[in-house]
Design a protein. Structure first.
Lengths: 410, 86
C-alpha cells in the first residue's frame, strides 16, 4: 500500500504514430498499425523478420548540441517525451531543479547503434584513436536517465531500472514508491529504446519474431490470434510525470489518474519462458498493494506480444485471477513491441482510456486462438466508464511487473 | 594544398562537427568563449583534425595552448609544412 497518494499529472510519448499523446491516441482509436517493412533487414544473413514499428516525429535538432552530443536515439526520444510530460504537468525550471523531482527512466541496453559504430571502426585497426569523448554517454546503462536529467536540469534522484520489456512498468512502480515514501515529490519515469537489428535478431533466433507477414506489415503482430507468429520490435519512449497528490493539489495541477498499486516479481522457472503461476502471482500482489478485489478491475491491458507461448501463459494467468470477468486487450498490434518503452506507452494509453471512457481493442485479433479463449477479449472499440485498470509487462530474464491505475477521485 | 585551402578545410570541418556558423569564423574566433566548446569538445576537435589531415597531434604540447581558430590554423599549417619537408 502506498503511504502517500501518487498521481499522474503529465505524459509524453514518441511512438510509431508520432510525437505526443494525441498522436498516440489517434493511431490507437483509428485502429492504425505502426508497423512497416524495413528493407535493410533483408540484407542481414539469418534474419527472417523484416518488419518493425519505427518511431516518428522526434527531431533531435530541438535539443541543443551540448546535450545532444551525449545522446543516441533512445535518449533523444526520452528527452523529448520528458519535456512534453513536464510541460503538460505545468512544471518549469524551478521545479525541475528543485531537488524535489527525480528521474526513473530505463532502457533495455545502452545504444546498440553506437556500440556497432564503435566496434566497426575499432575492429578495422584495433585503434582507439578515433573514439569520440561522448561515446560512453551513449552506451552506459543509465544513458536515457542521465541525458534527460542533464537536458532538463534535474537535480533530484536518478535511477535507471533495466528489465527489458518490464523496464518502464518497473520504472513507474519504483518512482511511485519513492514518492509514496516521501523521498521525492515528482518523478519523471518511463522507458525508451531505439530500434536495432540486434533486438529483432534476439527474438528471431529464439523463433519468437514475426516472419510470416513481411509482405503485409500492418497484419502483424497479432496478439491472441490463432495465426500470430511472434513479436514485431519497435522503438520510442513513454514518459509519465508522477507527483504526490498533496503537491498536485497545492499547485492546482490537473490530475490525469492515480497510481493505485504496483508489484514486480522474479520467475526463476525460466529465463526465457513466462510461467502462468508467476504471472498470476504478480497480478495478485498488485491487487493486494492497491487493496482492490479482482472484480473491481474494469479493464486489463495485457503485455501480449503475440508470441505463441507468451500469450497463452498470460491468458492462463489472467483466467486464474479474473476468470472471464475483465475485458482484455493488447496494444502491441498497433505499436509493435517498443521494449523498454512499451510499458509506459501503453500506460499512457490506459490513462487516456480512463479519461475518455473508451476501451481500445487488440488490433489484428481476428480469430481467437482456442488456447487464449479462457478470457474475454476486446475486439471492437468499446465506450464505457473505466475506473480501474491493471497493466501487465513481462520480460525476458523472468521479470514480471503489474501496475494498477485508478480514475482520480478526491 | 595552399595555406588558404588548409584554413578553409579546418573551418568547414569544425563548423560541421560543432554546428557553428561558418560565416562567423575568423582567426580571432575564441574556441571556448565564442564557439562554446568545452573540454569534451576539445578531445573531439583533435580527432576531427587528425582524421581530416592524417596527422597525429593528440600528444603535442602545443595543442594544449590553442585558444583561437587562428592558433589551430597556424598549428596545422606548420604541421603540414613539416610533413612536406620531412
Amino acid at each position: 500500500m502506498l503511504l502517500r497518494r501518487v498521481v499522474i499529472t503529465g505524459m509524453g510519448a514518441i511512438s510509431p504514430f508520432g510525437r505526443g499523446i494525441e498522436s498516440l491516441m489517434d493511431g490507437l482509436i483509428e485502429a492504425r498499425s505502426g508497423v512497416v517493412a524495413v528493407p535493410a533487414l533483408s540484407g542481414i544473413t539469418g534474419m527472417r523478420t523484416r518488419v518493425a514499428a519505427l518511431a516518428k516525429g522526434a527531431d533531435p535538432m530541438e535539443i541543443p548540441r551540448k546535450f545532444r552530443r551525449a545522446m543516441s536515439n533512445m535518449s533523444v526520444y526520452a528527452t523529448l517525451a520528458s519535456r512534453d510530460a513536464a510541460r503538460m504537468a505545468g512544471l518549469g525550471e524551478t521545479e525541475l531543479g528543485s531537488g524535489r523531482l527525480g528521474v526513473s527512466i530505463g532502457s533495455t541496453t545502452g545504444s546498440p547503434q553506437t556500440l556497432q559504430e564503435f566496434f566497426r571502426d575499432f575492429n578495422s585497426d584495433n585503434s582507439l584513436e578515433r573514439m569520440k569523448s561522448t561515446l560512453f554517454f551513449h552506451i552506459m546503462n543509465h544513458s536515457c536517465a542521465a541525458n534527460v536529467a542533464q537536458a532538463l536540469g534535474v537535480t533530484g534522484r536518478l535511477l535507471a531500472p533495466a528489465a527489458a520489456c518490464s523496464t518502464s512498468c518497473q520504472a513507474v512502480g519504483y518512482a511511485a514508491e519513492m514518492i509514496a515514501m516521501g523521498r521525492q515529490d515528482f518523478m519523471l519515469c518511463g522507458g525508451a529504446d531505439e530500434f536495432h537489428p540486434l533486438t529483432s535478431g534476439t527474438f528471431d533466433v529464439m523463433n519468437a519474431a514475426s516472419c510470416n507477414f513481411n509482405d503485409s506489415p500492418s497484419r502483424t503482430p497479432r496478439p491472441f490470434d490463432r495465426d500470430r507468429d511472434g513479436i514485431v520490435c519497435g522503438e520510442g519512449s513513454g514518459i509519465l510525470l508522477l507527483e504526490s497528490l498533496d503537491s498536485a493539489l497545492t499547485r492546482g495541477a490537473v490530475v490525469l489518474a492515480e497510481i493505485a498499486g504496483f508489484a514486480t516479481n522474479s520467475d526463476p522457472a525460466s529465463i526465457a519462458n513466462p510461467d502462468a503461476a508467476s504471472l498470476a502471482q504478480c497480478m495478485r500482489l498488485a491487487l493486494s498493494d492497491a487493496g482492490v478485489e479482482p472484480a473491481r478491475i474494469d479493464y486489463l491491458n495485457a503485455h501480449a506480444t503475440a508470441t505463441p507461448q507468451g500469450d497463452v501463459a498470460e491468458c492462463e494467468a489472467i483466467a486464474r485471477v479474473f476468470g472471464r470477468a475483465v475485458p482484455v486487450s493488447s496494444l502491441k498490434g498497433h505499436l509493435g513491441h517498443a521494449m523498454a518503452a512499451s510499458g509506459t506507452l501503453e500506460l499512457a494509453a490506459c490513462v487516456e482510456m480512463i479519461r475518455r471512457e473508451v476501451l481500445i481493442p487488440t488490433l489484428n485479433l481476428e480469430h481467437i486462438d482456442p488456447q487464449c479463449a479462457q478470457v474475454t477479449h476486446l475486439q471492437g472499440l468499446t465506450s464505457r466508464p473505466v475506473h480501474t485498470v491493471l497493466k501487465n509487462n513481462f520480460a525476458l530474464g523472468g521479470v514480471n511487473a503489474s501496475l494498477i491505475l485508478r480514475r482520480y477521485q478526491p | 594544398m595552399t595555406d588558404e585551402q588548409t584554413t578553409e578545410r579546418i573551418n568547414s570541418s569544425l563548423a560541421e562537427e560543432f554546428e557553428y556558423d561558418l560565416e562567423k569564423m575568423s582567426a580571432q574566433t575564441l574556441l571556448f568563449e565564442d564557439m562554446g566548446l568545452d573540454s569534451l569538445d576539445v578531445v573531439d576537435l583533435v580527432i576531427v583534425l587528425e582524421t581530416e589531415f592524417g596527422v597525429k597531434i593528440r600528444e603535442e604540447e602545443a595543442i594544449r595552448k590553442i585558444r583561437t581558430l587562428g592558433d589551430i590554423h597556424s598549428f596545422i599549417i606548420d604541421k603540414l609544412h613539416q610533413a612536406q619537408s620531412a
